[in-house]
Design a protein around this ligand. Structure first.
Ligand SMILES: Nc1ncnc2c1ncn2[C@@H]1O[C@H](COP(=O)(O)OP(=O)(O)OP(=O)(O)O)[C@@H](O)[C@H]1O
Ligand code: SF4
Ligand SMILES: [Mg+2]
Length: 394
């Protein structure tokens, strides 16, 4: 009976009131701490662990204080994006890919969504870094769009349907280059349209989004994102809304522009094919944590974590005939009430004795390859356990 009550989604009125009171207290405290840190630049300035990285996520914890409890959407995430490279972030729906990137852009739904622990270091270019979690809005406004920009999944919803394309690209250029006059802004916009492969740039400049195809609209979104030559481009499922041939063109375009602008790309997708064709490094996320990371070759040719192995087995291979594709049994645990053991254990077909213990540590199994799984406990180098934040101590 007690067990049933614990597992049920039912929340009593008293419990609901307790959660609301707790959320109000904690979010108020976190907002205040953030505002205080924002007043003193030394509190949001730090140093990069490796100056060759553009971004370092160091034990980042992003939680949502929701009406049903605290959702640990991202919980102790560690990975970096090296300069001039493409890092693919993969994982099933709800594993925290978008929340990781929104934490970096400071675009979380606040006050309920908060970075409660860890550091997100963004390289200023001289080895020092912004700790994004504490950086005030006034500074973020110069980073967002100028240094980090984002391309979203659905170009139609990213563009404003009532403004012409030219006006929308001009607006971004004007915001970031306030000294340019109207003529120079238009010239830059036309250059950007040219750069993203729009043939009839003068015509498109005067069109509305609904007059363009999906692929053309995504090109415009890319032009907007790249208007200020950012050092990091976050592409969150940039090709999911497009058909396969246009997908390939858009990915080619992104890759070329990245090289031209000397930028890095954080490519978020659940499509392994997209990552295989483009990424230098791959980060595999599961239930808010990184379970494996390495070079594209490590992940695609030597997958180590049972979840990654399952993902690889579940993708179709051209020329290979199978009756049924493999599917990973079970489902992701409830994000409000995560277990204290390996999050994948209830679905894992490769468990060993140690798996009944705490959540596994990150283990280095080669110079570039890291995995959080007890199967490698004896052979690899132990890096550390993910650091979760105890919400009751906030
Ligand atoms: N505003 C919010 N309030 C409460 N929970 C949220 C909120 N936004 C996201 N979450 C939760 O955070 C978790 C991670 O969500 P996220 O959007 O990062 O997933 P994702 O990996 O990007 O998935 P997808 O592939 O579907 O885009 C999910 O469990 C989601 O329910
Ligand atoms: S730690 Fe154990 S349960 Fe978890 S993925 Fe590895 S083998 Fe499976
Ligand atoms: Mg997402």
């Amino acid at each position: 009976m007690a067990e049933n009550k614990k597992n049920s989604a039912y929340i009593s009125a008293g419990e609901s009131r307790r959660i609301t009171r707790f959320n109000r207290r904690v979010t108020k405290k976190l907002e205040k701490a953030r505002a205080d840190a924002g007043r003193d630049s030394s509190l949001y300035t730090t140093v990069m662990k490796d100056p060759n990285n553009v971004v370092e996520f160091d034990n980042v914890c992003t939680y949502f204080f929701s009406d049903v409890g605290t959702v640990k959407a991202v919980d102790g995430v560690n990975f970096s994006v090296p300069k001039h490279s493409t890092v693919g972030v993969v994982g099933e729906s709800g594993c925290g890919k978008s929340v990781t990137s929104l934490s970096l852009m400071q675009l979380l739904q606040r006050p309920s969504g908060q970075v409660v622990g860890g550091e997100i270091r963004f390289n200023k270019g001289d080895g020092t870094a912004y700790n994004i979690a504490n950086t005030p809005n006034s500074v973020m406004e110069h980073i967002r769009g100028n240094k980090i920009s984002m391309i979203f999944q659905e170009p139609m919803t990213s563009l404003n349907p009532v403004f012409k394309i030219g006006a929308q690209v001009d607006e971004v250029t004007k915001l970031h280059f306030p000294d340019l006059d109207d003529e120079a802004v238009k010239a830059r916009t036309l250059d950007m349209l040219d750069l993203v492969g729009i043939a009839n740039k003068e015509g498109v400049y005067n069109m509305y989004p609904h007059e363009l195809s999906g692929g053309m609209r995504q090109r415009i979104c890319i032009a907007i994102a790249l208007a200020c030559s950012p050092t990091l481009i976050i592409a969150d499922e940039p090709t999911t809304a497009l058909d396969v041939t246009i997908q390939a063109q858009i990915l080619d375009l992104l890759q070329n522009l990245k090289d031209k602008l000397n930028s890095s790309i954080m490519l978020i997708t659940h499509d392994l094919g997209v990552v295989a064709g483009m990424a230098d490094y791959v980060v595999v996320m599961y239930a808010g944590r990184v379970v494996e990371k390495g070079t594209a070759d490590d992940i695609f040719h030597h997958p180590a974590h049972p979840y990654t192995i399952g993902l690889m087995a579940s993708k179709p291979v051209v020329g290979k005939k199978v009756e049924n594709l493999y599917n990973i049994p079970g489902s992701v645990p409830n994000p409000v009430d995560m277990p204290n053991y390996c999050y994948f254990r209830d679905r894992c077909e490769m468990q060993c004795e140690r798996c009944s213990g705490l959540y596994p540590p990150e283990i280095k199994i080669s110079d570039t390859h890291y995995v959080s799984c007890y199967r490698y406990y004896d052979e690899g180098e132990l890096i550390g356990y993910p650091k979760s934040v105890k919400v009751e101590e906030l």
